[in-house]
Design a binder for this molecule. Sequence first.
Ligand code: HEC
Length: 148
Amino acid sequence: MMRTVVVVGTLLLGIGAVVAQQDQVKQTQAVMKGNGKNAGALAAMVKGEKPYDQATVDAALAQFEDTIKKFPTLFPDSIKGLKPEGDYFASPKVWEDRAGFDEHIKSFAKAVADVKGKITDLEALKTALPTIGKQCGGCHETYRVKNG
Ligand code: HEC
């Protein structure tokens, strides 16, 4: 009887851990999708598909800053090597080369800090967006893997 309780308890713990991992992955992906959405909104203005909108610019930069704050907690050891559903997942390199990953977070943070408060019109946005986009792409090149 005692043993059954222990086994069931262990199983439940195991399931709990898996759910926690998937929640973490979902949360990480939600943050990154937010980046994608905001970067897309900025790109649409640069391409002239949408009129320049200061509120959209400010919201995007605020979200990038928020991402930078969250980055250190978005990839805990518990989700290392997981291949979640969706278009992308984090490369094992995030964990194997944490120092390199942290460098990318830092340079992304610097790029965002450099343009913050300076994007006040379309011309400024056109100059700033590529410097930010380079940071997104630079990190993805090494640390993000396409599913499938
Ligand atoms: C320091 C590294 C780093 C930087 C900088 C970075 N990303 Fe990512 N990004 C990742 C990693 C790692 C993943 C894979 C995580 C996952 O999808 O589970 C990812 C995933 C994504 C995804 C796919 C999310 C999904 O699962 O569907 C989008 C979209 C994205 N990033 C957009 C951006 C944009 C836009 C920027 C710049 C404004 C940016 N990222 C900056 C590391 C970074």
